[in-house]
Design a protein around this ligand. Structure first.
Ligand SMILES: NC(=O)C1=CN([C@@H]2O[C@H](COP(=O)(O)OP(=O)(O)OC[C@H]3O[C@@H](n4cnc5c(N)ncnc54)[C@H](OP(=O)(O)O)[C@@H]3O)[C@@H](O)[C@H]2O)C=CC1
Ligand SMILES: CC(C)=CCC[C@@H](C)[C@H]1CC[C@H]2C3=C(CC[C@]12C)[C@@]1(C)CCC(=O)[C@@H](C)[C@@H]1CC3
Length: 342
């Protein structure tokens, strides 16, 4: 039977590389590229069809950062497919990243230098903002939109794979401020939250046949990293990065390498996976790719609390949306009556 794989943020970087790799693995797959920008989605589809001319590649308009868009896209998915074999929750943003050069140079000469290059701990901050749903943009995009999508599609789903990050850090996340309104590490917080949510989903849903995993692609040259430093600078320091790769295998560097763990998980039996592990894409100094599980720093109790808080927020968001829709209908009726009278 034809398998259906839906990938969010599939038009560039790691998501697009994953599409290439999956089509090479199984040319009979039906891929659904869920993207916010249909022009970019079309371009990605054309690129995939150039290398895999008989591939089945569908497009779906989805802005994971918008509640309305997620709900409409979910309706469309339910109308199109009976089931989704794999849902890759890959779309992600890191807006206005700022590199603390002082901390970076200090880190270079500290015992933590390898850790700094692998996780960017202590050297990277972001500036977040509210979106039109009144949610913090990074939380809404990297976590909540995906949560809502899962909730909508649950009966169709069996495997979930989150593109998380080794930048996810417990100390960046606060249960009292899960959207990270206060701090300047919204990316780290949202990725830690996705690790927790994955564990919670496994705890709640494994018995119903739904399995969730998280991966870290390593440091990869994509639009996301070009937002931190310009692409010409990365190209300039590429030899240094190959050198660093000898000491930290987390410098996977290309989207193809970064997609290693995403591809590897596609080939695994879900029962054999560890729900507390993050699966890392790694590349050795000689350029060999492999996947390695590493234990996550997560409490089961806390992950359940996050799950309940997300359910509460979902209720609130849905209520707000239906009130807005009712208001709009009411003004449409009033406007209709007025135009009838005049
Ligand atoms: N690059 C790296 O070093 C690392 C990346 N990651 C994670 O990998 C994932 C993929 O990022 P990467 O490939 O690097 O970067 P890219 O910027 O190339 O890819 C991100 C993708 O997400 C899409 N996207 C962003 N916001 C939305 C939205 N609101 N709705 C729908 N799609 C959206 C982008 O679409 P558009 O083109 O329209 O912007 C794009 O297709 C992210 O989750 C990122 O956090 C994790 C660790 C390291
Ligand atoms: C390589 C040299 C000489 C300089 C680059 C310094 C930093 C820009 C770089 C070091 C560690 C990197 C890193 C990320 C971004 C760029 C760095 C801070 C990430 C935060 C990118 C997104 C992720 O999700 C993480 C896994 C990356 C961790 C390492």
């Amino acid at each position: 039977m034809e398998r259906v794989v839906l990938i969010t943020g599939a038009n560039s970087g790691i998501g697009l590389a994953l599409c290439e790799r999956l089509l090479t693995e199984d040319s009979q797959l039906r891929l659904c590229l869920a993207c916010r920008n249909m022009q970019r989605a079309e371009a990605a589809r054309s690129a995939l069809l150039t290398s895999h001319s008989n591939a089945h590649v569908d497009l779906l308009q989805l802005d994971v950062g918008s509640v309305q868009s997620v709900l409409s896209a979910a309706q469309e998915v339910k109308a199109r497919y009976n089931r989704i074999d794999f849902l890759y929750l890959n779309a992600g943003i890191m807006p206005n990243p700022q590199l603390d050069l002082n901390a970076f140079f200090k880190g270079l000469f500290s015992r933590n230098v390898v850790r700094m290059f692998a996780t960017a701990e202590g050297i990277l901050t972001q500036q977040d903002r509210l979106n039109s749903d009144g949610l913090q943009e990074v939380f809404a995009t990297n976590l909540f939109g995906h949560f809502l999508l899962i909730r909508e599609l649950e009966p169709l789903l069996s495997r979930l794979v989150w593109t998380s990050s080794s930048n996810a850090r417990r100390s960046a996340f606060s249960m009292e401020d899960m959207q990270h309104r206060e701090g300047r590490e919204s990316y780290s917080s949202s990725k830690y939250a996705s690790d927790m949510l994955s564990l919670a989903l496994n705890r709640q849903k494994n018995s119903q046949g739904l399995f969730s995993s998280v991966i870290c692609p390593g440091l990869v040259m994509t639009n996301l990293t070009y937002g931190i430093l310009p692409s010409f600078f990365w190209t300039l320091i590429m030899p240094v990065m190959w050198l660093i790769r000898i000491f930290t295998n987390t410098f996977t560097l290309t989207p193809h390498n970064g997609a290693e763990a995403l591809h590897w998980l596609f080939l695994q039996n879900p029962e054999s996976l560890d729900p507390r592990a993050k699966y890392h894409s790694l590349t050795s100094g000689l350029g060999t790719n492999y996947t390695q599980p590493r234990q996550m720093d997560i409490d089961e109790g806390a992950s359940d609390v996050l799950y309940s808080k997300l359910l509460e927020l979902e209720k609130e968001v849905r209520r707000k949306l239906s009130e807005e829709n009712a208001d709009e209908e009411m003004s449409a009726v009033k406007y209709g009556l007025l135009t009838l009278q005049t």
